[in-house]
Design a protein around this ligand. Structure first.
Ligand SMILES: Nc1ncnc2c1ncn2[C@@H]1O[C@H](COP(=O)(O)OP(=O)(O)OP(=O)(O)O)[C@@H](O)[C@H]1O
Length: 283
């Protein structure tokens, strides 16, 4: 069974349209959700969280559907939003008191352990925490009820590299222990290089690429060569390309075909996720 299954999902917001024909998030893995600003990541996540109502289509969480199984679904999910998550003027321990009662599986021991690990004092007022500490607290709240699915929207934005690593470590530790699934959006592709197994790439409201990270990277190649090799036919082999006075560079998603077209006259480089994001979105 998949952790998340989306079919024929449609949502219009002003002149933006999100349209996802089919998306399956595999249970037990980390799936990274990437795409440029305004491509529909937050909208998709809010739809998955039922914080926004869909126009049409279906969203299943571990085979369950909102409306029928709302409470059961929410018990299964740990959510970290892109915005500050809690009322600003309240102490951490009071936030915890108010929220923990909604979860059957709330684990006070685990909560205390994470507080210690992240060196957070629960007598502090939420607003007095730094942005990184606020995110850590939100992660603790999201993990302390043993969620089977962790959904996060840009959780590591604004975190320094050290805190980001701690954040990812605690997440990985949790996944290993709980066999949980993670689906999270980010602009920080180096985080995904480190931890993600699967990748979902959204652009202008549509999923343009999805699959396991290693295969996606293997199926793509950056080609660099002399400008004279670019013509209307050879350009068709490239997702996008860039020309300068020395030559060109472009991305292909058909490495074999590109070898047939360009032969040994060009250099083939392995792309990273940053490269994919750039070539796919620069038109
Ligand atoms: N309430 C709304 N009314 C009208 N348009 C909206 C609304 N909410 C979002 N949008 C539009 O939907 C599009 C997708 O926004 P969304 O926040 O999902 O993108 P995103 O991929 O999360 O972007 P970012 O990386 O900048 O956070 C944008 O063009 C945005 O302006």
């Amino acid at each position: 069974m998949n952790a998340i299954e989306i079919k024929n999902l449609n949502k219009k917001l002003g002149d933006f349209e999100l349209s996802i024909d089919n998306l399956e998030i595999k249970k037990g893995f980390i799936s990274g959700f990437i795409g440029p600003n305004g491509s529909g990541k937050t909208t998709t996540i809010k739809l998955i969280m039922n914080m926004l109502f869909k126009d049409s289509g279906s969203i299943n969480i571990f085979g369950k559907e909102y409306k029928i199984d709302d409470i059961n679904i929410k018990e299964l999910i740990g959510y970290v939003s892109d915005a500050p998550g809690y009322v600003h003027e309240v102490k951490l321990k009071d936030i915890k008191k108010g929220i923990s009662v909604f979860y059957k599986n709330w684990d006070e021991k685990l909560y205390k352990k994470y507080l210690q690990k992240f060196k957070l004092n629960e007598n502090k007022i939420y607003k007095e925490l730094s942005k990184g500490q606020q995110k850590k607290f939100e992660l603790i709240m999201a993990l302390s009820h043993h969620p089977k699915l962790i959904i996060m929207d840009e959780p590591t934005a604004n975190l320094d590299p050290l805190v980001r690593n701690e954040f990812l470590e605690i997440l990985q530790e949790h996944i290993e222990k709980e066999e949980a699934t993670v689906f999270y959006s980010t602009h920080i592709t180096s985080d995904l290089d480190k931890v993600c197994d699967y990748l979902v790439f959204i652009y202008d409201g549509k999923i343009i690429l999805k699959g396991d990270k290693e295969s996606i990277l293997e199926n793509h190649s950056i080609i660099r060569g002399n400008k004279s090799l670019l013509d209307n036919e050879t350009k068709k082999a490239l997702i996008s390309y860039n020309e300068n006075s020395f030559g060109f560079d472009g991305l292909t998603n058909n490495v074999k075909n590109s070898h047939e077209i360009f032969g040994e006259e060009v250099v083939y480089d392995k792309p990273n996720l940053e490269d994919l994001l750039m070539y796919y979105t620069r038109g």
